[in-house]
Each structure stands twice: as C-alpha cells, then as structure tokens.
Design a protein around this ligand. Structure first.
Ligand SMILES: *Cc1c(COP(=O)(O)O)cnc(C)c1O
Length: 364
C-alpha cells in the first residue's frame, strides 16, 4: 500500500461483531478471560488496548517501522525514551530542541544521573567534539523550531556510529515528508498533538523503532510507568491521520505562498521556510512593538502556541514558547523579539494573505 492508502486503511479491519466499517472504540479497562490462562490478547487497558494497538500499527506503517508505541503526550514519549538509559549516561541535544524536551533533559534527568550537552547539531564537527565515552544518545529535530534549520540524518548517523542511539523528533516534518528510520535513526518520536491528529483537540505522543530489543524495553516502560493515551484519544488520532496526506499538501502549499508573499513585502526582513510542511517564520522590520502590533492585528490567525492544526496560528517565540530560555540562549539561537512564527492552516490562501497584509500594514 502507498502512503495515502495506508493512512486510510491500516489497522481499520472491519468489526467482526456487527461489520461496523469504522472499528468501535474499546473503552473497557479490563477483559474477561475465557478460562484461566486463556484470553484474546488483552487483559488490562494500561498494558494493551485494541484501539491503541490500531494507532500503533498505523504509525509504524506510515514511518515504515517494525514497531509503534503510543503515549499520553509527546513528552511522555520522550521521557520513556530517556528511561532506556543507565545513570551516568551523557546525551547530546540539538541546541534548538523543543522547549519541553530541553526542560526534561536539563531539569529532571540530572537528578537521575544523566547529563546533557546542547550542541549546534547542524554542524557534524560540533557533534563529534561533544561526544564523551559515556555518550549514549543524541536527539535532534529537523526542521528545527522556530528557525526551521535542516539536518542531514544519514550523515549524523554515519558520523556517530552504531553505539550511540540517534533519536529524531519528527513532529514538524511528519512521515508524509520524512521517515528518519530509513535514514538511519534508531528511534523516532512525535508529538501527535500536532500534525498527526491535526485538529488541535488531542494531546498524544508516538514512538517508532525497528529494533526488537528497544521496542520490548519501551513497551515495558510504557506499561510500567503508565503514561498511556486514552482509547478515545487514540481514536481521534487515527481519525486525524486518515487525512494527514491531504492536510500536509494543503499546509505546504499555503505555507509556500505565504513565504513567497512575505519575501516580497518590504515590512518583513527575512523569511524562513524549508519548502515543505506548514510552519513559516519571519522577522518583521522593527522590534517588540511591531511584533506586538502585528500579532494583535491578525484576525484569522489566532495568537496561540502549538502548531499543526487545520486552523492558522501565530506566535512570538521570544515571549511564548521560548520565554523560559535565558536572554543569552535566545541570542545564541537567533530568537529575537521581531521573530514571528506562523503555523499555516488549511483555510483559503487569499484570506490568509489578506489577513497578514492588513496586520503588517498596521504594524508599521
Ligand atoms: C509539542 C512538541 C513536543 C511535545 O509534545 P506534547 O504532546 O506537547 O507533550 C515535542 N516536540 C515538538 C517538536 C513539539 O512541537
């Protein structure tokens, strides 16, 4: 099956009880055994649930992975991945990694004996320079947030070798544009809160791997720590994924047109867009006052964090998603007060551009 067909059909076997075309949501927390030691594969919902298993099979299929696992959030997925490590491990993190991942690694993991280095992972020499004897894992995002820098997953894996786990957060690209396991990543995870569910109404995380041993360890961690998604959230995510290819094409084509528009508008200084997916960042001419005026003048774009939903959102990373970073860190990352991030939705492009146009003219 090709991608679009998989998105609609994987894990959606017809219901054997009544022939329901859309499989029912299995809400039951427990499963009745036929007799002692005999059941149909499910015993208790934290350990396994048919609706969750459908979602896990679906994401594995889309990422061309052998195994998938679903978690209660992207951060629960990340925490489970770090739980694979022994204490006294060292990890390398992209310096512009998602703020929540940075908080986890910098504030929670040190007490578990795991230390981290923040590195510009677009630079392979910098990665190699940061590797220590106890480096066990490197985590990257590509494209990055909010400057949409791109990394060469194959080259990074080749440089760091097989002893260091390469983890890729694939939230921004989605498997529609990028399947990092094929490029040598060992573990891929998602905040399915974003593009995969796609309608800003679910919080969830997904992990895919090919290695059976890593899968079994993660499955053990998933069951042991219990950060599992509800069956209803799994159902909403499956439903969202059915239209992932259509939405990603619409997000990308709208985002490309907005990037082109911003490039020729003299009120924007510089535009960042990698050519796919729906996030566009730009620097408005001026500073905080102009950013504030622009964001408050938008009518269609909501001033909000998060991304990946069908509706368009705008944010000011310096004061929102990256507000907890120090001024110094923000300077290093180029997150200035005139840097605006747009999560471009699937509305009519003419309406989106006229909204940006009127807000830009008010801002100057
Ligand atoms: C949102 C996000 C996360 C965290 O996921 P949650 O579902 O909010 O826990 C991780 N990585 C990226 C790139 C994100 O955008």
């Amino acid at each position: 099956m090709r991608f679009k067909t998989k998105a609609v059909h994987l894990g959606q076997e017809k219901d054997p009880a009544y022939g329901a075309t859309i499989p029912p949501i299995y809400l039951s927390s427990t499963y009745t055994h036929e007799n002692l030691g005999k059941h149909k594969g499910y015993e208790y919902c934290r350990s396994g649930n048919p609706t969750r298993a459908s979602l896990e099979g679906l994401i594995a299929g889309l990422e061309q992975a052998d195994y998938g696992l679903a978690f209660a959030s992207g951060m629960a997925a990340a925490q489970s991945i770090f739980s694979l490590l022994d204490d006294k491990s060292h990890v390398i993190l992209s310096q512009d990694v998602y703020g929540g991942t940075y908080r986890l690694v910098s504030q929670l993991l040190p007490s578990q004996g795991i230390e981290c280095s923040l590195v510009d992972t677009t630079d392979i020499t910098a990665i190699m320079g940061a590797i220590k004897n106890n480096t066990k894992l490197i985590l990257i995002e590509t494209p990055t947030n909010p400057l949409l820098k791109i990394m060469d997953i194959k080259a990074i894996k080749k440089a760091v070798g097989s002893k260091i786990l390469l983890v890729v957060d694939n939230t921004f690209a989605t498997p529609y544009y990028q399947t990092p396991l094929k490029d040598g990543a060992d573990i891929v995870f998602h905040s399915s809160t974003k593009y995969l569910s796609g309608h800003s109404d679910v919080v969830g995380g997904l992990v895919v791997v090919n290695d059976k041993e890593i899968y079994e360890k993660l499955k053990f961690i998933q069951n042991t720590t219990g950060a599992v998604p509800s069956p209803f959230d799994c159902y909403l995510t499956i439903r969202g994924i059915k239209t992932l290819p259509l939405r990603m094409e619409a997000h990308s084509s709208n985002a490309q047109m907005i990037a082109d528009y911003l490039k020729q508008n003299p009120k924007s200084e510089i535009v960042y867009y990698p050519g796919y997916s729906g996030i566009v960042s730009f620097r408005i001419k001026g500073g905080l006052a102009q950013s504030k005026k622009f964001l408050e003048s938008l009518k269609l774009f909501s001033l909000a964090e998060s991304l990946g939903g069908v509706e368009s959102l705008a944010s000011l990373p310096a004061k929102m998603t990256h507000a907890t970073f120090s001024q110094e860190q923000r300077n290093t990352l180029g997150i200035t007060e005139n840097l605006i991030r747009l999560s471009v939705g699937i509305e009519d492009i003419k309406d989106l551009i006229s909204d940006i146009k009127q807000a830009l003219s008010r801002a100057s």
